[in-house]
Design a protein around this ligand. Sequence first.
Ligand SMILES: Nc1ncnc2c1ncn2[C@@H]1O[C@H](COP(=O)(O)OP(=O)(O)O)[C@@H](O)[C@H]1O
Ligand SMILES: [Mg+2]
Ligand SMILES: [Zn+2]
Length: 475
Amino acid sequence: MIHRVISLKYRPQNLDELTGQAHIVMSLKGAIKSGRIGHAFLFAGPRGVGKTTTARILAKSLNCVEGPTVHPCQKCQSCREITISRSIDVVEIDGASNRGIDEIRNLREGVRYSPLHGRHKIYIIDEVHMLTEQAFNALLKTLEEPPRNVVFVFATTDPTKVPATILSRCQRFVFKRLSLQEITARLRTIAEKEKIQIADRALHYIAIRADGSIRDGESILEQLVSFVEGEITEEDVFQLVGFLAIDYYAELLDLILAGDLGKVIALLNRGIEDGAAPLEIYRGFTGYLRMMLLVKANVSEEFIDLDEKERTILKKIPLSETEIIGMLETCLRFEDSIRRSTNSRVAAELFLSQLVLPRIQTASQAVQTTSKAHAAHRDASALGEHLAEYLQEKSPTLAGIIRRAEVKKQGNDIAIVADSDFSKEQILGNKKSVEQILKKLTGTDAALTVEVARSGQEDDIINTLKVMFDGEEVR
Ligand SMILES: Nc1ncnc2c1ncn2[C@@H]1O[C@H](COP(=O)(O)OP(=O)(O)O)[C@@H](O)[C@H]1O
Ligand SMILES: [Mg+2]
Ligand SMILES: [Zn+2]
Protein backbone atom coordinates (compact mmCIF):
# COMPACT_ATOMS: atom_id res chain seq x y z
CA MET A 1 0.00 0.00 0.00
CA ILE A 2 2.63 2.48 1.01
CA HIS A 3 5.78 1.87 -0.98
CA ARG A 4 7.98 4.52 0.52
CA VAL A 5 8.10 5.02 4.21
CA ILE A 6 5.84 7.85 5.21
CA SER A 7 8.54 10.05 6.69
CA LEU A 8 10.44 10.06 3.38
CA LYS A 9 7.43 10.43 1.18
CA TYR A 10 6.09 13.29 3.26
CA ARG A 11 9.34 15.10 3.80
CA PRO A 12 8.55 18.76 3.04
CA GLN A 13 10.24 19.94 -0.15
CA ASN A 14 9.89 23.66 0.35
CA LEU A 15 9.51 26.03 3.28
CA ASP A 16 5.75 26.35 2.85
CA GLU A 17 5.26 22.64 3.42
CA LEU A 18 6.83 22.69 6.86
CA THR A 19 4.45 22.29 9.77
CA GLY A 20 5.03 24.84 12.52
CA GLN A 21 8.44 26.56 12.88
CA ALA A 22 6.82 29.71 11.49
CA HIS A 23 9.51 31.99 12.92
CA ILE A 24 12.24 30.03 11.14
CA VAL A 25 10.36 29.87 7.84
CA MET A 26 9.90 33.63 7.96
CA SER A 27 13.50 34.57 8.58
CA LEU A 28 14.89 32.04 6.10
CA LYS A 29 12.53 33.32 3.43
CA GLY A 30 13.69 36.85 4.19
CA ALA A 31 17.33 35.83 3.90
CA ILE A 32 16.81 33.91 0.64
CA LYS A 33 14.82 36.73 -0.97
CA SER A 34 17.34 39.38 0.01
CA GLY A 35 20.23 37.18 -1.11
CA ARG A 36 22.02 37.85 2.16
CA ILE A 37 22.91 34.34 3.21
CA GLY A 38 25.18 33.77 6.16
CA HIS A 39 27.86 31.15 5.77
CA ALA A 40 27.06 29.19 8.90
CA PHE A 41 23.71 28.22 10.41
CA LEU A 42 23.02 26.33 13.59
CA PHE A 43 19.70 24.48 13.68
CA ALA A 44 19.01 23.50 17.29
CA GLY A 45 16.00 21.59 18.57
CA PRO A 46 14.59 18.21 19.55
CA ARG A 47 14.54 15.20 17.21
CA GLY A 48 12.09 14.90 14.37
CA VAL A 49 10.98 18.52 14.12
CA GLY A 50 12.43 19.42 10.73
CA LYS A 51 16.09 20.40 11.18
CA THR A 52 17.58 18.16 8.49
CA THR A 53 14.57 18.75 6.26
CA THR A 54 14.99 22.52 6.51
CA ALA A 55 18.73 22.24 5.83
CA ARG A 56 17.97 20.40 2.58
CA ILE A 57 15.27 22.86 1.61
CA LEU A 58 17.73 25.68 2.18
CA ALA A 59 20.26 23.90 -0.03
CA LYS A 60 17.63 23.51 -2.75
CA SER A 61 16.56 27.11 -2.48
CA LEU A 62 20.14 28.27 -2.91
CA ASN A 63 21.18 25.95 -5.72
CA CYS A 64 18.03 25.72 -7.85
CA VAL A 65 18.59 27.01 -11.43
CA GLU A 66 15.88 29.51 -10.68
CA GLY A 67 17.43 30.36 -7.36
CA PRO A 68 18.11 31.68 -4.91
CA THR A 69 14.38 31.22 -4.54
CA VAL A 70 11.87 30.36 -1.84
CA HIS A 71 10.09 28.23 -4.45
CA PRO A 72 12.73 25.80 -5.75
CA CYS A 73 11.54 24.33 -9.07
CA GLN A 74 11.95 20.67 -7.94
CA LYS A 75 12.71 19.83 -11.59
CA CYS A 76 16.23 21.04 -12.33
CA GLN A 77 19.18 18.70 -11.87
CA SER A 78 20.18 20.27 -8.56
CA CYS A 79 16.67 20.07 -7.08
CA ARG A 80 16.23 16.47 -8.19
CA GLU A 81 19.60 15.40 -6.86
CA ILE A 82 19.04 17.04 -3.50
CA THR A 83 15.64 15.34 -3.18
CA ILE A 84 17.30 11.93 -3.43
CA SER A 85 20.41 12.99 -1.43
CA ARG A 86 22.72 12.59 -4.43
CA SER A 87 23.89 16.13 -5.00
CA ILE A 88 27.66 16.47 -5.22
CA ASP A 89 27.44 20.04 -4.00
CA VAL A 90 25.47 19.16 -0.90
CA VAL A 91 27.48 17.07 1.51
CA GLU A 92 25.80 15.52 4.54
CA ILE A 93 27.98 14.43 7.41
CA ASP A 94 26.59 12.56 10.39
CA GLY A 95 28.43 13.91 13.41
CA ALA A 96 27.31 10.97 15.51
CA SER A 97 28.95 8.33 13.34
CA ASN A 98 31.82 10.45 12.06
CA ARG A 99 33.26 11.83 15.22
CA GLY A 100 36.81 11.64 13.84
CA ILE A 101 39.02 14.40 12.70
CA ASP A 102 39.47 12.70 9.30
CA GLU A 103 36.03 13.64 8.09
CA ILE A 104 36.60 17.27 8.92
CA ARG A 105 39.98 17.06 7.16
CA ASN A 106 38.19 15.78 4.07
CA LEU A 107 35.80 18.63 4.49
CA ARG A 108 38.64 21.13 4.68
CA GLU A 109 40.00 19.72 1.44
CA GLY A 110 36.59 19.70 -0.18
CA VAL A 111 35.66 23.29 0.58
CA ARG A 112 38.55 24.46 -1.62
CA TYR A 113 36.87 23.21 -4.78
CA SER A 114 34.09 25.29 -6.16
CA PRO A 115 30.63 23.83 -6.48
CA LEU A 116 30.12 21.63 -9.52
CA HIS A 117 26.61 22.47 -10.62
CA GLY A 118 25.09 24.77 -8.05
CA ARG A 119 26.02 28.19 -6.86
CA HIS A 120 26.94 26.99 -3.41
CA LYS A 121 28.68 24.14 -1.79
CA ILE A 122 26.63 23.19 1.24
CA TYR A 123 27.78 21.11 4.17
CA ILE A 124 25.13 19.77 6.47
CA ILE A 125 26.60 18.33 9.66
CA ASP A 126 23.98 16.48 11.67
CA GLU A 127 24.35 16.03 15.44
CA VAL A 128 27.31 18.37 15.28
CA HIS A 129 27.71 18.32 19.07
CA MET A 130 29.05 14.78 18.79
CA LEU A 131 32.25 15.83 17.01
CA THR A 132 35.50 15.38 18.90
CA GLU A 133 37.40 18.36 20.20
CA GLN A 134 40.01 17.94 17.47
CA ALA A 135 37.32 17.84 14.81
CA PHE A 136 35.80 21.02 16.26
CA ASN A 137 39.19 22.74 16.13
CA ALA A 138 39.65 21.77 12.52
CA LEU A 139 36.16 22.95 11.72
CA LEU A 140 36.78 26.23 13.49
CA LYS A 141 39.75 26.98 11.22
CA THR A 142 37.45 26.66 8.20
CA LEU A 143 34.82 28.83 9.83
CA GLU A 144 37.35 31.53 10.62
CA GLU A 145 38.22 32.00 6.96
CA PRO A 146 35.14 30.75 5.20
CA PRO A 147 35.71 30.00 1.52
CA ARG A 148 33.41 31.82 -0.87
CA ASN A 149 30.18 30.09 -1.76
CA VAL A 150 30.37 27.61 1.07
CA VAL A 151 27.43 27.36 3.46
CA PHE A 152 27.48 25.28 6.63
CA VAL A 153 24.37 24.04 8.32
CA PHE A 154 24.95 22.44 11.68
CA ALA A 155 22.08 20.56 13.24
CA THR A 156 22.02 19.53 16.88
CA THR A 157 19.70 18.25 19.56
CA ASP A 158 22.09 19.50 22.21
CA PRO A 159 23.47 22.99 21.49
CA THR A 160 24.94 23.24 24.99
CA LYS A 161 27.60 20.76 23.87
CA VAL A 162 28.67 22.86 20.91
CA PRO A 163 31.76 24.98 21.73
CA ALA A 164 31.11 28.68 22.12
CA THR A 165 33.74 29.46 19.50
CA ILE A 166 31.62 27.64 16.92
CA LEU A 167 28.31 28.99 18.19
CA SER A 168 29.47 32.56 17.97
CA ARG A 169 30.15 32.15 14.26
CA CYS A 170 26.72 30.78 13.44
CA GLN A 171 23.36 32.28 12.80
CA ARG A 172 21.24 30.41 15.25
CA PHE A 173 17.74 28.98 14.69
CA VAL A 174 15.84 27.26 17.46
CA PHE A 175 13.37 24.64 16.24
CA LYS A 176 10.42 23.99 18.53
CA ARG A 177 8.83 20.71 19.44
CA LEU A 178 5.53 20.56 17.63
CA SER A 179 2.25 20.96 19.46
CA LEU A 180 -0.32 18.21 19.78
CA GLN A 181 -2.56 20.09 17.36
CA GLU A 182 0.20 20.52 14.78
CA ILE A 183 1.13 16.85 14.88
CA THR A 184 -2.49 15.72 14.73
CA ALA A 185 -3.18 17.99 11.76
CA ARG A 186 -0.11 16.77 9.89
CA LEU A 187 -0.92 13.11 10.50
CA ARG A 188 -4.50 13.68 9.45
CA THR A 189 -3.36 15.18 6.14
CA ILE A 190 -1.07 12.22 5.52
CA ALA A 191 -3.81 9.74 6.42
CA GLU A 192 -6.20 11.43 4.00
CA LYS A 193 -3.69 11.41 1.16
CA GLU A 194 -2.82 7.76 1.77
CA LYS A 195 -6.50 6.83 2.21
CA ILE A 196 -5.75 5.42 5.64
CA GLN A 197 -8.88 4.99 7.73
CA ILE A 198 -8.16 6.12 11.23
CA ALA A 199 -10.34 7.25 14.14
CA ASP A 200 -9.84 10.77 15.51
CA ARG A 201 -9.05 9.41 18.96
CA ALA A 202 -6.40 7.14 17.49
CA LEU A 203 -4.72 10.14 15.81
CA HIS A 204 -4.93 11.98 19.10
CA TYR A 205 -3.10 9.25 20.99
CA ILE A 206 -0.46 8.85 18.31
CA ALA A 207 0.19 12.57 18.57
CA ILE A 208 0.52 12.36 22.36
CA ARG A 209 2.96 9.52 22.01
CA ALA A 210 4.95 11.38 19.37
CA ASP A 211 5.82 13.82 22.13
CA GLY A 212 6.58 16.81 19.95
CA SER A 213 8.20 14.92 17.07
CA ILE A 214 6.45 14.62 13.70
CA ARG A 215 8.84 11.89 12.65
CA ASP A 216 7.89 9.76 15.65
CA GLY A 217 4.22 10.33 14.90
CA GLU A 218 4.74 9.28 11.28
CA SER A 219 6.57 6.14 12.21
CA ILE A 220 3.86 5.06 14.65
CA LEU A 221 1.25 5.67 11.96
CA GLU A 222 3.23 3.63 9.52
CA GLN A 223 3.57 0.67 11.86
CA LEU A 224 -0.16 0.76 12.52
CA VAL A 225 -0.89 0.72 8.80
CA SER A 226 1.21 -2.39 8.40
CA PHE A 227 -0.62 -4.46 10.99
CA VAL A 228 -4.16 -3.14 11.25
CA GLU A 229 -6.80 -4.14 8.76
CA GLY A 230 -9.66 -1.72 8.33
CA GLU A 231 -10.02 1.36 10.46
CA ILE A 232 -7.26 2.10 12.99
CA THR A 233 -8.75 2.61 16.43
CA GLU A 234 -7.36 3.95 19.70
CA GLU A 235 -7.17 0.36 20.95
CA ASP A 236 -4.76 -0.43 18.10
CA VAL A 237 -2.59 2.50 19.18
CA PHE A 238 -2.51 1.34 22.81
CA GLN A 239 -1.64 -2.15 21.71
CA LEU A 240 1.23 -0.98 19.56
CA VAL A 241 2.86 1.50 21.85
CA GLY A 242 2.01 -0.06 25.20
CA PHE A 243 0.25 3.14 25.99
CA LEU A 244 -2.57 3.42 28.45
CA ALA A 245 -5.57 5.61 27.83
CA ILE A 246 -6.55 8.43 30.13
CA ASP A 247 -9.36 6.17 31.40
CA TYR A 248 -6.72 3.91 32.87
CA TYR A 249 -5.24 6.72 34.94
CA ALA A 250 -8.70 7.91 35.92
CA GLU A 251 -9.48 4.44 37.25
CA LEU A 252 -6.15 4.26 39.06
CA LEU A 253 -6.83 7.57 40.77
CA ASP A 254 -10.35 6.46 41.73
CA LEU A 255 -8.99 3.38 43.45
CA ILE A 256 -6.27 5.38 45.19
CA LEU A 257 -8.83 7.84 46.54
CA ALA A 258 -11.00 4.96 47.70
CA GLY A 259 -7.98 3.62 49.60
CA ASP A 260 -8.25 0.24 47.88
CA LEU A 261 -4.64 -0.86 47.81
CA GLY A 262 -5.30 -4.38 46.55
CA LYS A 263 -7.14 -3.13 43.48
CA VAL A 264 -4.61 -0.36 42.87
CA ILE A 265 -1.79 -2.86 42.70
CA ALA A 266 -3.82 -5.25 40.58
CA LEU A 267 -4.55 -2.44 38.11
CA LEU A 268 -0.88 -1.49 37.98
CA ASN A 269 -0.01 -5.06 37.12
CA ARG A 270 -2.73 -5.24 34.51
CA GLY A 271 -1.18 -2.16 32.88
CA ILE A 272 2.22 -3.83 32.90
CA GLU A 273 0.74 -6.95 31.35
CA ASP A 274 -0.80 -4.77 28.65
CA GLY A 275 2.74 -3.77 27.73
CA ALA A 276 3.32 -0.51 29.57
CA ALA A 277 6.59 -0.24 31.51
CA PRO A 278 6.31 0.71 35.21
CA LEU A 279 8.18 3.94 34.47
CA GLU A 280 5.67 4.69 31.73
CA ILE A 281 2.75 4.19 34.09
CA TYR A 282 4.48 6.36 36.66
CA ARG A 283 4.96 9.10 34.07
CA GLY A 284 1.46 8.71 32.75
CA PHE A 285 -0.03 9.04 36.20
CA THR A 286 2.16 11.98 37.14
CA GLY A 287 1.27 13.65 33.84
CA TYR A 288 -2.39 12.98 34.54
CA LEU A 289 -2.18 14.70 37.94
CA ARG A 290 -0.29 17.58 36.40
CA MET A 291 -2.92 18.03 33.70
CA MET A 292 -5.60 17.93 36.36
CA LEU A 293 -3.84 20.67 38.26
CA LEU A 294 -3.60 22.81 35.11
CA VAL A 295 -7.26 22.26 34.27
CA LYS A 296 -8.35 23.10 37.80
CA ALA A 297 -6.16 26.18 37.83
CA ASN A 298 -7.75 27.28 34.53
CA VAL A 299 -4.43 27.42 32.73
CA SER A 300 -4.79 28.48 29.09
CA GLU A 301 -5.77 25.58 26.81
CA GLU A 302 -2.76 25.81 24.55
CA PHE A 303 -0.58 24.42 27.35
CA ILE A 304 -2.86 21.46 27.94
CA ASP A 305 -2.53 18.41 25.70
CA LEU A 306 -6.10 17.28 26.18
CA ASP A 307 -9.27 17.08 24.19
CA GLU A 308 -12.70 18.21 25.35
CA LYS A 309 -13.75 14.82 26.73
CA GLU A 310 -10.59 14.54 28.82
CA ARG A 311 -10.88 18.05 30.19
CA THR A 312 -14.40 17.32 31.36
CA ILE A 313 -13.30 14.11 33.10
CA LEU A 314 -10.53 15.97 34.93
CA LYS A 315 -12.68 18.91 36.02
CA LYS A 316 -15.07 16.58 37.82
CA ILE A 317 -12.54 14.82 40.00
CA PRO A 318 -13.12 15.78 43.64
CA LEU A 319 -9.60 16.82 44.54
CA SER A 320 -8.50 20.28 45.60
CA GLU A 321 -5.45 21.92 44.09
CA THR A 322 -3.65 21.52 47.42
CA GLU A 323 -4.38 17.80 47.46
CA ILE A 324 -3.15 17.38 43.90
CA ILE A 325 0.06 19.23 44.73
CA GLY A 326 0.52 16.95 47.74
CA MET A 327 0.19 13.88 45.53
CA LEU A 328 2.55 15.33 42.93
CA GLU A 329 5.13 15.81 45.66
CA THR A 330 4.89 12.13 46.52
CA CYS A 331 5.26 11.34 42.81
CA LEU A 332 8.46 13.34 42.49
CA ARG A 333 9.99 11.60 45.49
CA PHE A 334 9.66 8.27 43.70
CA GLU A 335 10.89 9.23 40.27
CA ASP A 336 14.48 8.20 40.88
CA SER A 337 13.70 4.87 42.45
CA ILE A 338 11.34 3.85 39.65
CA ARG A 339 13.76 5.00 36.97
CA ARG A 340 16.86 3.41 38.46
CA SER A 341 15.60 0.39 40.32
CA THR A 342 16.47 -2.98 38.83
CA ASN A 343 13.03 -3.94 39.99
CA SER A 344 10.95 -1.07 38.75
CA ARG A 345 7.70 -2.97 39.18
CA VAL A 346 8.18 -3.21 42.94
CA ALA A 347 9.30 0.42 43.06
CA ALA A 348 6.09 1.38 41.27
CA GLU A 349 4.04 -0.71 43.71
CA LEU A 350 5.65 1.03 46.67
CA PHE A 351 5.04 4.36 45.01
CA LEU A 352 1.33 3.68 44.61
CA SER A 353 1.17 2.28 48.15
CA GLN A 354 2.49 5.60 49.41
CA LEU A 355 -0.34 7.37 47.65
CA VAL A 356 -2.93 4.96 49.02
CA LEU A 357 -1.65 4.81 52.62
CA PRO A 358 -2.87 8.23 53.80
CA ARG A 359 -6.27 7.46 52.24
CA ILE A 360 -6.64 4.27 54.27
CA GLN A 361 -5.88 6.21 57.41
CA THR A 362 -8.29 8.98 56.54
CA ALA A 363 -10.98 6.41 55.90
CA SER A 364 -10.45 4.77 59.27
CA GLN A 365 -10.24 8.13 61.05
CA ALA A 366 -13.54 9.09 59.52
CA VAL A 367 -15.13 5.98 60.96
CA GLN A 368 -13.59 6.67 64.36
CA THR A 369 -14.73 10.25 64.62
CA THR A 370 -18.31 9.58 63.60
CA SER A 371 -18.82 6.69 65.95
CA LYS A 372 -20.26 7.61 69.34
CA ALA A 373 -18.68 4.58 70.92
CA HIS A 374 -15.36 6.16 70.18
CA ALA A 375 -16.02 9.50 71.84
CA ALA A 376 -13.24 8.77 74.29
CA HIS A 377 -10.90 8.16 71.44
CA ARG A 378 -11.85 11.48 69.94
CA ASP A 379 -10.97 13.21 73.22
CA ALA A 380 -7.66 11.45 73.20
CA SER A 381 -6.81 12.51 69.71
CA ALA A 382 -7.78 16.10 70.55
CA LEU A 383 -5.38 15.76 73.45
CA GLY A 384 -2.72 14.57 71.02
CA GLU A 385 -3.31 17.62 68.87
CA HIS A 386 -3.00 19.99 71.81
CA LEU A 387 0.16 18.26 72.88
CA ALA A 388 1.62 18.67 69.42
CA GLU A 389 0.68 22.34 69.42
CA TYR A 390 2.51 22.91 72.69
CA LEU A 391 5.59 21.16 71.37
CA GLN A 392 5.54 22.84 67.98
CA GLU A 393 7.75 25.76 68.85
CA LYS A 394 10.27 23.92 71.00
CA SER A 395 10.60 20.89 68.77
CA PRO A 396 8.79 20.71 65.45
CA THR A 397 10.17 17.20 64.93
CA LEU A 398 8.65 15.95 68.14
CA ALA A 399 5.38 17.72 67.35
CA GLY A 400 5.31 15.93 64.00
CA ILE A 401 5.94 12.60 65.70
CA ILE A 402 3.04 13.20 68.07
CA ARG A 403 0.76 14.16 65.19
CA ARG A 404 1.54 10.91 63.42
CA ALA A 405 1.14 8.92 66.61
CA GLU A 406 -2.05 7.72 68.19
CA VAL A 407 -2.83 9.06 71.65
CA LYS A 408 -4.99 6.78 73.80
CA LYS A 409 -6.54 7.27 77.20
CA GLN A 410 -6.50 4.18 79.38
CA GLY A 411 -8.45 5.13 82.46
CA ASN A 412 -6.47 7.99 83.87
CA ASP A 413 -3.32 6.98 82.11
CA ILE A 414 -2.21 7.99 78.67
CA ALA A 415 -0.57 5.82 76.04
CA ILE A 416 1.12 7.17 72.96
CA VAL A 417 1.43 4.72 70.09
CA ALA A 418 4.29 5.94 67.91
CA ASP A 419 4.62 5.05 64.25
CA SER A 420 8.22 3.77 64.45
CA ASP A 421 10.98 2.81 66.85
CA PHE A 422 12.70 6.06 66.06
CA SER A 423 9.60 8.04 66.99
CA LYS A 424 9.23 6.08 70.19
CA GLU A 425 12.80 6.89 71.22
CA GLN A 426 12.28 10.55 70.50
CA ILE A 427 9.22 10.66 72.75
CA LEU A 428 10.94 8.70 75.53
CA GLY A 429 13.94 11.03 75.29
CA ASN A 430 11.58 13.90 76.16
CA LYS A 431 9.33 11.98 78.47
CA LYS A 432 9.63 14.46 81.39
CA SER A 433 8.53 17.51 79.44
CA VAL A 434 5.82 15.59 77.58
CA GLU A 435 4.41 14.41 80.90
CA GLN A 436 4.44 17.95 82.27
CA ILE A 437 2.51 19.28 79.32
CA LEU A 438 0.01 16.40 79.59
CA LYS A 439 -0.46 17.22 83.25
CA LYS A 440 -1.26 20.80 82.36
CA LEU A 441 -3.63 19.75 79.61
CA THR A 442 -5.56 17.11 81.56
CA GLY A 443 -5.30 18.52 85.07
CA THR A 444 -4.40 15.05 86.35
CA ASP A 445 -1.19 13.20 87.18
CA ALA A 446 -1.51 10.79 84.32
CA ALA A 447 1.20 8.18 83.81
CA LEU A 448 2.58 8.05 80.32
CA THR A 449 3.47 4.92 78.38
CA VAL A 450 4.95 4.87 74.89
CA GLU A 451 4.53 2.01 72.45
CA VAL A 452 5.22 1.33 68.78
CA ALA A 453 2.46 0.49 66.37
CA ARG A 454 2.56 -2.44 64.03
CA SER A 455 -0.36 -0.84 62.40
CA GLY A 456 -3.01 -2.94 60.77
CA GLN A 457 -2.79 -0.86 57.61
CA GLU A 458 0.90 -1.52 57.26
CA ASP A 459 0.32 -5.24 57.67
CA ASP A 460 -2.39 -5.07 55.04
CA ILE A 461 -0.05 -3.41 52.63
CA ILE A 462 2.77 -5.82 53.22
CA ASN A 463 0.43 -8.79 52.91
CA THR A 464 -1.04 -7.48 49.70
CA LEU A 465 2.41 -6.96 48.27
CA LYS A 466 3.37 -10.48 49.25
CA VAL A 467 0.31 -11.93 47.61
CA MET A 468 1.07 -9.98 44.48
CA PHE A 469 4.66 -11.19 44.30
CA ASP A 470 4.14 -14.81 45.28
CA GLY A 471 4.58 -17.31 42.54
CA GLU A 472 5.11 -14.59 40.02
CA GLU A 473 8.22 -13.65 38.19
CA VAL A 474 9.11 -10.16 39.26
CA ARG A 475 10.17 -8.08 36.27
N1 LIG B 1 8.16 20.60 10.76
C1 LIG B 1 7.85 19.49 10.05
N2 LIG B 1 6.84 19.54 9.14
C2 LIG B 1 6.50 18.44 8.41
N3 LIG B 1 7.14 17.25 8.53
C3 LIG B 1 8.14 17.15 9.42
C4 LIG B 1 8.55 18.26 10.21
N4 LIG B 1 9.55 17.87 11.00
C5 LIG B 1 9.78 16.57 10.72
N5 LIG B 1 8.94 16.14 9.77
C6 LIG B 1 8.87 14.76 9.24
O1 LIG B 1 9.85 13.99 9.94
C7 LIG B 1 10.87 13.53 9.06
C8 LIG B 1 12.22 13.73 9.72
O2 LIG B 1 12.45 15.11 9.92
P1 LIG B 1 13.92 15.69 10.10
O3 LIG B 1 13.97 16.99 9.39
O4 LIG B 1 14.94 14.68 9.71
O5 LIG B 1 13.96 15.92 11.65
P2 LIG B 1 15.20 16.36 12.55
O6 LIG B 1 16.35 16.62 11.64
O7 LIG B 1 14.73 17.59 13.27
O8 LIG B 1 15.44 15.21 13.49
C9 LIG B 1 10.69 14.34 7.80
O9 LIG B 1 11.05 13.57 6.69
C10 LIG B 1 9.22 14.66 7.78
O10 LIG B 1 8.51 13.58 7.23
MG1 LIG C 1 17.94 15.20 11.49
ZN1 LIG D 1 15.37 23.65 -9.15
